[in-house]
Write a protein that binds this ligand. Structure first.
Ligand code: IPE
Ligand code: IPE
Ligand code: MG
Length: 250
């Protein structure tokens, strides 16, 4: 039985988040330039996006470029930005055909102007699509997002739009750039690294974490099915006892 057949359609995560890592090592292991790994990585983004939409996943967030990635060699940063512009332009059609909305999170003002323009165009064109939302985390880091939310809240309190006693977890979430999305239930990281690298720290408080040794360019649909099957085998207790969970399920 394939992993796909093992998936329980009634227990799908609504939101999957992915730290797509290992493009550079994938290329290096083939004696190729790192950029070739990024190009192959883009193919996997397309494949995994379509697979998620077919399965009925409602939100897919992919970590494409972190705040810390700005510190990479200038030529790699520039090449990645160029790849982003070309890819977004090319993919609008596929997103429309698949009824997928494209959105971004992160400090997008830090991106080159032509990237921002392409992203805005894609977001505008796809805004009424409602099968799935693909969220690109670009120039994103969780600490940046949390500080940004704190600033917004401070501003509201200063302008007397909000009262300090209103600030609770829900209010805080509402002021983050992920406000519109439910928290991811499943977080996948490829490439054999066991860390979060400043991704969605607030939102993954209760996510199930899945790590695989595969480099991102090798992560195919079958690997996604395997991750989902693994996720479905876990008991999500949210602080309660296993007995309590079984009682409510039964
Ligand atoms: C992930 O692959 C893509 C980005 C961070 C842009 P890497 O480029 O980090 O690949 P490795 O980790 O060096 O193999
Ligand atoms: C995390 O990968 C960021 C993205 C996938 C965009 P990195 O390759 O930047 O992470 P570290 O530096 O190894 O933790
Ligand atoms: Mg990496």
């Amino acid at each position: 039985m394939s992993f796909k057949e093992k998936i329980d359609k009634n227990k799908l995560p609504e939101h999957i988040a992915i730290i797509m890592d290992g493009n550079g090592r994938w290329a290096k292991s083939r004696n190729k330039n790192r950029m070739l790994g990024h190009q192959e990585g883009v193919r996997r983004v397309r494949e995994i996006t379509e697979t998620c939409a077919e399965l009925g996943i409602k939100y897919l967030t992919v970590y494409a470029f972190s705040t810390e990635n700005w510190d990479r060699p200038k030529f790699e940063v520039n090449a990645l930005m160029q790849l982003l512009v070309v890819t977004i332009g090319k993919e609008i059609k596929t997103l429309m055909n698949n009824n997928i909305r494209l959105e971004t999170i992160g400090d997008t003002n830090a991106l080159p102007r032509n990237c921002v323009k392409e992203l805005q165009k894609a977001a505008d064109r796809t805004k009424d699509n409602d099968r799935m939302t693909l969220i690109l985390a670009l120039s994103y880091s969780s600490r940046w997002e949390i500080v940004d939310a704190a600033k917004r809240i401070a501003e509201k309190v200063r302008n007397s739009e909000s009262d300090i006693n209103e600030i609770n977890e829900e209010f805080f979430s509402y002021n983050m750039c992920t406000a519109k999305y439910p928290d991811p239930e499943l977080l996948i990281r490829t490439s054999g690294e066991y860390r979060i690298s400043n991704f969605l720290l607030w939102q993954i408080a209760y996510a199930e974490l899945y790590f695989t040794d595969k480099y991102w360019p090798d992560f195919k649909s079958e690997d996604l099915y395997e991750a989902i099957v693994d996720y479905q085998s876990r008991e999500r207790r949210f602080g309660k006892t296993g007995e309590q969970i079984k009682e409510t399920a039964g």
